[in-house]
Design a protein around this ligand. Structure first.
Ligand SMILES: Cc1cc2nc3c(=O)[nH]c(=O)nc-3n(C[C@H](O)[C@H](O)[C@H](O)COP(=O)(O)O)c2cc1C
Length: 190
C-alpha cells in the first residue's frame, strides 16, 4: 500500500510541470493563439494540397451558431484569378474565400461564423509554418465581379478571405506582429 502511495506521489510530481505549463503563456496550446501575425511579405512557392487539406480540416471544425456551418470555402489556386482579387499575391499564394448565404453585410450571425472559420484558416496555416493574412478589403469587388467565375454558390456572397503562402526565411511573430493595446485599457473585471 505504502509503495502504491509513494508511486502515485511520484507520478503527480512528474506531471506537475505539465499542469503548470498549461497556465502560462508559453503553454503549447496558447502559444499559436498569442504569437500569430498577419504576414506582410510572402515568398514565392507552392502551398501543397496536403497543407490545404489540413487547413480546410481545421476550418470546418470552427464553431458556428446552432452548429449551422453556413460556410462554403473556395480555394483559389489559379494565379490569374488570385491576382484579380489581391493584386499583391506572389507565385504560389492561395486565397481561401469564405462565403455564406445573405448579402455578406446584414447576415450578422453568418458573418461571425465565417470570421471564426477565417481565424481557424489563418491559425492553421501558421501552425503549418506558412504565412497567412485575413482580408475583407477585396470582398465587395469580388462579390460584384468574380462570384460566378469563382464558382461561389449563387445564393451566397463572400464574407472574408485568407491569403496563405510561404514565408521568407527569418520571418516570425516577434519581427512581424504589430503592437496590441494593453489589457488594462481594454478589460473591466467586475
Ligand atoms: C477582419 C479583418 C479584415 C482585414 N482586412 C485586411 C485587408 O483588407 N487588407 C490587409 O492588408 N489586411 C487586412 N487585415 C489584416 C490586419 O490588418 C492585421 O491582422 C492587423 O493589422 C494585425 O497585424 P499583425 O498580426 O501583423 O499584428 C484584416 C484583418 C482582419 C481581422
Amino acid at each position: 500500500m505504502k509503495i502504491r502511495v509513494f508511486f502515485a506521489c511520484l507520478l503527480l510530481l512528474a506531471a506537475a510541470p505539465v499542469f503548470l505549463a498549461a497556465q502560462d503563456a508559453s503553454s503549447p496550446a496558447l502559444k499559436p493563439i498569442i504569437n500569430h501575425f498577419a504576414a506582410r511579405n510572402f515568398a514565392a512557392g507552392a502551398v501543397t494540397r496536403a497543407e490545404l487539406d489540413l487547413i480546410i480540416q481545421a476550418a470546418i471544425r470552427a464553431p458556428s451558431a446552432s452548429n449551422r456551418q453556413p460556410w462554403h470555402f473556395t480555394v483559389v489556386q489559379n494565379q490569374d484569378l488570385a491576382k484579380q482579387i489581391v493584386p499583391q499575391v506572389v507565385d504560389g499564394n492561395v486565397l481561401i474565400v469564405i462565403s455564406a448565404r445573405g448579402d455578406g453585410k446584414t447576415n450578422g450571425v453568418q458573418i461571425l461564423d465565417c470570421a471564426l472559420a477565417a481565424q481557424s484558416v489563418y491559425l492553421a496555416a501558421q501552425a503549418l509554418g506558412l504565412g497567412s493574412r485575413i482580408y475583407t478589403g477585396p470582398i465587395d469587388a469580388l462579390n460584384r465581379n468574380l462570384k460566378s467565375q469563382l464558382g461561389i454558390p449563387a445564393d451566397q456572397n463572400a464574407v472574408v478571405l485568407v491569403r496563405v503562402g510561404r514565408l521568407p526565411a527569418g520571418t516570425d511573430a516577434v519581427s512581424s506582429a504589430s503592437a496590441r493595446n494593453p489589457a488594462d485599457s481594454l478589460v473591466t473585471y467586475k
